[in-house]
Design a binder for this molecule. Structure first.
Ligand SMILES: NC(=O)c1ccc[n+]([C@@H]2O[C@H](COP(=O)([O-])OP(=O)(O)OC[C@H]3O[C@@H](n4cnc5c(N)ncnc54)[C@H](OP(=O)(O)O)[C@@H]3O)[C@@H](O)[C@H]2O)c1
Length: 244
């Protein structure tokens, strides 16, 4: 297979696991990162061990020009982008009363505008190729809301509206657009919580465990595969039954 998957924010957590999982499926991987770090060298080696190519490309998704440049670099390297996974995301939690305008804007800029910036630059290549998959990482809090996360929940709800609208726009060109809504997944994003709090959260999840990055990567793998060729505009929950 000569297909190419571009994954944003793939240096750690869910993005890293998606990159590794898609590489096992035979995708060449374009791996977006923001800051250089030593782990990137190891990750490239792990991906290439699956007999695929790995191209690491720097860029801040909240910056449109950087996205434009990074997409061009991937096209120059591989000639195509078959799957885009908009995974890069941040949180800046605070009750609204105490949340600064900057913290609200920053979360929207990375999570929602970042999804626009990347998709806008990739979609013209997919339109030309008349095929493609866009997989946006939302969150269950984009559906349920969550105290202390007005900025994050708004960005993730925005991603759902974006996903459904774009799915309608590009379905006739055989481009499928879906979202994945993880619940509580063990990564550096959720590491700030104490073990006690995590245990409490797990107790309230019907499947009685916190998710791992592989749980999300498995669904992304499905949405990137031929097995999901009749699915578009959907939001797939990966949350152990947390939100029904
Ligand atoms: N963990 C959960 O429970 C959970 C639940 C629901 C949804 N999600 C969503 O899943 C996605 C991945 O989350 P995670 O838990 O894996 O988080 P994570 O461990 O904090 O990783 C986030 C990744 O995004 C990158 N990133 C942040 N801002 C960026 C920017 N402006 N441009 C490019 N890359 C940027 C980070 O790169 P740096 O190393 O440069 O910071 C990092 O690679 C996010 O969209 C998150 O909202 C997570």
């Amino acid at each position: 297979m000569d297909k190419v998957a571009l994954i944003t924010g793939a240096t750690r957590g869910i993005g890293k696991q998606i990159a590794l999982t898609l590489s096992k499926e035979g995708f060449n991987i374009a791996l977006n990162y923001r800051k250089e770090n030593e782990e990137l060298i190891e990750l490239k080696k792990d991906i290439e061990a699956n007999q695929v190519k790995c191209f690491q490309v720097a860029g801040d998704v909240s910056n449109f020009e950087e996205c434009e440049k990074l997409v061009e670099q991937v096209i120059e390297k591989f000639g195509q982008i078959d799957v885009l996974v908009n995974n890069a995301g941040i949180t800046k939690d605070m009750l609204l009363m105490r949340m600064s305008k900057e913290d609200f804007e920053q979360v929207i800029d990375v999570n929602l505008i970042g999804t626009f910036n990347m998709t806008k630059n990739v979609i013209r290549h997919m339109l030309k190729a008349r095929t493609g998959r866009i997989i946006n990482i939302s969150s269950v809090v984009g559906i349920s809301g969550n105290a202390g996360q007005t900025n994050y929940a708004a960005s993730k709800a925005g991603i759902i509206g974006f996903t459904k609208s774009l799915a309608k726009e590009v379905a006739s060109r055989n481009i499928l657009v879906n979202a994945v809504a993880p619940g509580f997944i063990e990564t550096s994003m959720t590491d700030v919580l104490t073990d006690e709090v995590k245990e409490d959260i797990a107790k309230n999840i019907p499947l009685k465990r916190i998710g791992v990055a592989q749980d999300v990567a498995n669904v992304v793998k499905f949405l990137a595969s031929e097995d999901s060729s009749y699915i578009t505009g959907q939001v797939i929950h990966v949350d152990g039954g947390m939100l029904m």
